[in-house]
Design a binder for this molecule. Structure first.
Ligand code: 5GP
Length: 262
């Protein structure tokens, strides 16, 4: 790892130069942060779980025609991804009021929304990732009209699919955050066009996942709200998805994997 060039270090991931031009290696750390990194911890095994869960989700989304940056998982903590220019927006999709929406609009957490809502936040840690309107996106040139339309359409499609996928394992998808990037595509006539593709990760770090029977939180809110059992909850999500073997000892995360290619 030390021989590779580090391109970027975020709160939960590191990006290294990839083996081929146009590729990067995405490394999942065990670091957990919340409230703009004011709260920090190391959660043993979180990176391994998020690497596996995000791989699983990206592969399922590719199957339904969502273009993603994912190429392949390399090992327990790393995946090979396509290098993209990240669009500086966090796209949030909500089915049930929770988190900042519940707070901002004075809604009781858990209120089902009449329809799924897509929001955009500017990716600016120093400003606390503020909610922005499409007008701001166009005015400041963060994305074009066509890119915004594509991001909204893809987000709603991803939401429909993931609601069904998690619903099938007894989990309600409350909300999630995704990011998109621009991939350079060289056309036959030599001109370069941009394709908008799904980037970053989809994991319990970036989704709210509640058990359907009990409403028990199975996501990063366990860390944000000091509920404990964070990696145990992530392990349960991975186990229900069929990524991890059933745990023999229910209390402890079992990070053994179904395939043994690690
Ligand atoms: P909220 O705006 O309610 O805090 O978050 C809405 C959804 O987006 C939640 O599922 C939350 O986990 C996710 N989310 C919002 N901001 C971030 C972020 O900066 N990083 C990650 N990993 N997820 C985020």
């Amino acid at each position: 790892m030390s021989r590779r060039k580090q391109i970027y270090e975020g709160k939960a991931k590191i990006l290294y130069e990839g083996p081929e031009p146009g590729t990067l290696v995405q490394y999942f750390k065990d670091d957990a942060t919340a409230f703009n990194a004011q709260k920090k911890a190391i959660l043993d095994g979180k990176g391994v779980l998020n690497n596996r869960i995000s791989e699983y989700v990206m592969l399922r989304l590719e199957e339904i025609g969502i273009p993603t940056h994912f190429i392949k998982r390399l090992n327990m903590r790393e995946q090979l991804i396509k290098k993209v220019e990240i669009i500086p927006l966090e796209v949030i999709c909500r089915n049930v009021a929770a988190g900042t929406m519940a707070k901002r609009l004075g809604l009781e957490e858990g209120t089902k929304l009449p329809r799924s809502v897509v929001e955009f936040c500017l990716k600016r840690d120093d400003l606390g990732d503020p909610l922005v309107a499409e007008e701001h996106i166009h005015t400041f040139g963060w994305a074009s009209h066509a890119e915004v339309d594509e991001m909204i359409a893809m987000t709603l499609r991803i939401n429909d699919y993931l609601r069904g996928m998690f619903g099938g394992i007894g989990i309600n998808l409350i909300d999630f955050k995704i990011e998109f990037g621009r991939l350079d595509i060289t056309m036959e006539n030599g001109t370069v066009a941009h394709q908008v593709i799904l980037a970053d990760e989809i994991s319990p770090d970036s989704c709210r996942l509640w058990d359907r029977e009990t409403d028990r939180k199975m996501d990063k809110d366990r860390f944000r709200r000091d509920l404990g059992g964070v990696t145990e909850a992530y392990t349960e999500v991975a186990t229900r998805l069929g990524i991890l073997k059933e745990t023999q000892n229910k209390g402890a995360p079992n990070l053994s994997v179904v395939s043994n290619d690690d």
